[in-house]
Design a protein around this ligand. Structure first.
Ligand code: NAD
Ligand code: UDP
Length: 328
């Protein structure tokens, strides 16, 4: 820990073996904190945290957050990232996803209440559903199909925000809510079906890029290092600022643009193959990040080409080691 860093905290990272969670664990250890990674390993991978296992301040607890949580230590900070994030995974067992969002939030809030810890909820741009307001500010209440295939996740995350808000208001828990927009980078799963990992793995393997619909739907892609920076800034922000705060990149791209960009960066001469658009797939998504700029002095620093190049370099190694699953 250097002079500019804060005092060491005991940090519980639920979902710490996942894509964002493992980057967060590493960042917190680098800053001198003690980290407990709690994970059921539903979508998280042991290899994501393997380089951290020998660190004296790192420990792992295998646990499903839908069950009550008992810890030997009292954390001072809790990040709730425990939930599958890719549509393919959160739709595989929708009831468990909903329970993870709601009962998981409840169980972690109870730990925070008992320990007097600050707790941050990793919420999502999906709380806006298929938005009618563009770009989306935090005050927009969203357009979610409560009965759709994505609703186990969307409504679960909305309910979790309600729980956080009520624990803050009524039980005086120090809560923070961050709404994360599409994030990409090294350690993304090779086979969870997300757009960036799919296109990179397909391009590297010389296969066609699978664009769903006509590719005119938009997403705004944030590099993982920027996102981790935003999450830690939100956690340490002024106590009175509870959020929700949007964290994401305000530059929007169509899915077809993303496909062409990745094809160019990989240098692969592969065709685009159009496939049916999944139901309830949001047509436009882009964050308004005014609140993050104002309260956290945060905005994404890494440009899309630079971030994609780092991600391609990562996948170039993992694809060579383990060829892609035929599902994509
Ligand atoms: P991920 O699937 O890679 O990681 C999720 C982690 O949570 C995994 O390690 C998984 O094993 C664990 N987990 C899932 N259910 C659990 C349960 N019931 N009990 C304990 N552990 C459980 O996903 P990610 O991309 O790292 O996303 C992390 C968080 O950020 C999620 O809450 C997600 O909703 C949110 N988020 C991510 C994005 C993104 O673009 N990556 C966007 C919006 C929100
Ligand atoms: N998508 C696509 N081809 C793929 C994977 C995804 O065209 O191989 C599209 C998907 O339909 C969506 C966008 O890319 O419009 C982002 O999908 P992702 O699953 O990464 O995230 P989310 O839909 O949750 O934003």
């Amino acid at each position: 820990m250097n002079d500019t860093q804060m005092a060491p905290e005991r940090v519980l990272v639920a979902g710490g073996a996942g894509f964002l969670g493992s980057h967060l664990c590493r960042r917190l250890l680098d800053e001198g904190h003690q980290v407990i990674c709690l994970d059921s390993f539903l979508t998280g991978k042991r290899r994501n945290i393997a380089p951290l296992l020998d660190h004296p301040d790192f420990s792992v607890l295998r646990h499903d957050v839908i069950n009550p949580i008992r810890l030997d230590i009292r954390p001072t900070r809790i990040y709730n990232l425990a939930c599958p994030a890719s549509p393919q995974h959160y739709q595989a067992d929708p009831v468990h996803t909903l329970r993870t969002c709601v009962e998981g939030a409840f169980n972690l809030l109870e730990v925070a209440r008992a320990a007097g810890a600050r707790i941050l909820q990793a919420s999502t741009s999906e709380v806006y559903g298929d938005p009618h307001v563009h770009p989306q500010p935090e005050a927009y209440r969203g357009n979610v199909n409560i009965l759709g295939l994505r609703s186990c996740y969307d409504e679960g995350k909305r309910c979790a925000e309600t729980l956080f808000s009520d624990y803050g208001r009524r039980k005086h828990v120090r809560v923070k809510i961050a709404r994360i927009f599409n994030t990409y980078g090294p350690l993304m799963s090779q086979s969870d079906g997300r757009v960036v990992s799919n296109f990179i793995v397909q391009a590297l393997s010389g296969r066609s890029l699978t664009v769903y619909g006509d590719g005119s739907q938009t997403r705004s892609l944030c590099y993982v290092d920027d996102m981790i920076d935003g999450l830690t800034r939100m956690m340490e922000s002024d106590e009175s600022f509870r959020g929700p705060v949007n964290l994401g990149c305000p530059h929007e791209s169509t899915v077809l643009d993303i496909a062409r960009r990745i094809r160019r960066l990989v240098g692969a001469d592969v065709p685009v193959e159009f496939r049916p658009l999944p139901s309830d797939d949001p047509i436009q998504r882009c964050p308004d990040i005014l609140l993050a700029r104002r309260h956290l002095d945060w905005w994404p620093r890494v440009g899309l080409d630079a971030g994609l190049q780092k991600t391609i370099a990562y996948f170039a190694q993992t694809v060579a080691a383990a060829p892609a699953s035929p599902k994509i």
